[in-house]
Design a protein around this ligand. Structure first.
Ligand SMILES: Nc1ncnc2c1ncn2[C@@H]1O[C@H](COP(=O)(O)OP(=O)(O)O)[C@@H](O)[C@H]1O
Ligand SMILES: [Mg+2]
Length: 256
């Protein structure tokens, strides 16, 4: 984008603090564009859920109501794990400052795991998620939204073109809600490939969290690949999971 165009866009855009330690420094000191829809891409254990909850908890501290949708992990496990990294998700939930919703496509019926009825069709699973998100963000009105993660739902669409349409449908349904939204996505466990890279063109931002185990050492890198309306840093930076969530080191470069 041209500098003048960027300046024009920046003038009209409001920004919110991300709540992630070190991230706003990579975003020209501004934070996340308000109402933007951002993909958080990373492998298992890279800290995507932690980052999503940190975004909501710190938002709640400044008066933003946020809603978290879990599609992959039971809510009790989400709450337990967040407490381990020093996030007070449980307390904020009880104080109704954040909402927690289980939107898992899989439920346990009489001891057996079975797909919920609505997931007999991926299409109706998508519609169901969109309806739940719509309902949960209206009352009280939410300013922040996290959907964690889209992988299970989206991978049920076997054809690339259908998958793209599904992502497009989600983004178009979320946009009018005016929530600053993190859509958690996945890297496959084996190859560092995006599960659905193309669809990221449809979003306003893409943040990639890489966690590599090399010779027993964990190397973690954090990159803002895209953020519309922000003259952002594009380098990979180290990050850690610390008390309070994710800490990015904006002045260090991850050259591994
Ligand atoms: N207190 C802690 N300090 C550092 N790392 C932690 C701590 N608690 C959990 N972790 C690590 O955080 C990771 C889980 O983060 P999570 O946000 O659930 O990742 P993801 O959602 O990307 O799978 C695990 O790899 C775990 O080892
Ligand atoms: Mg997770």
């Amino acid at each position: 984008m041209q500098t003048a165009e960027l300046a024009e866009e920046s003038r009209d855009t409001e920004y919110i603090p991300s709540g992630i330690q070190g991230l706003d420094e990579l975003l020209d000191g501004k934070g996340l564009p308000k109402g933007s829809i951002i993909f958080i891409v990373g492998g298992p254990g890279s800290g995507k859920t932690t980052l999503g909850l940190q975004f909501l908890c710190n938002g709640a501290a400044s008066g933003d109501h946020g809603v978290y949708f879990s599609l992959d992990e039971p809510l009790d496990s989400v709450i337990r794990n967040s407490a381990k990294v020093g996030l007070n998700v449980d307390q904020l939930y009880r104080e109704r400052k954040i909402g927690l919703r289980d939107a898992s496509p899989i439920i346990s019926v009489e001891g057996e795991i079975s797909a919920q009825k609505f997931l007999r069709s991926a299409e109706s699973g998508l519609t169901s998620l969109i309806n739940k998100v719509d309902g949960a963000t209206r009352s009280p009105p939410a300013q922040r939204l996290v959907i964690d993660s889209l992988a299970t739902l989206i991978l049920q669409f076997p054809v690339d073109a259908e998958r793209r349409l599904a992502i497009k449908g989600i983004i178009e349904a979320i946009r009018p809600l005016n929530c600053t939204t993190l859509l958690v996505s996945e890297l496959s466990d084996t190859a560092l490939e995006r599960a659905y890279a193309f669809e990221e063109y449809l979003s306003d931002g893409v943040i990639v969290m890489m966690s590599l185990n090399v010779g027993g050492e964990t190397l973690q890198s954090f990159t803002v690949e895209k953020m519309r309306g922000v003259d952002h840093d594009k380098l990979a930076h180290p990050y850690k999971i610390v008390k309070g969530g994710i800490q990015v080191f904006p002045t260090e470069v991850a050259d591994y």
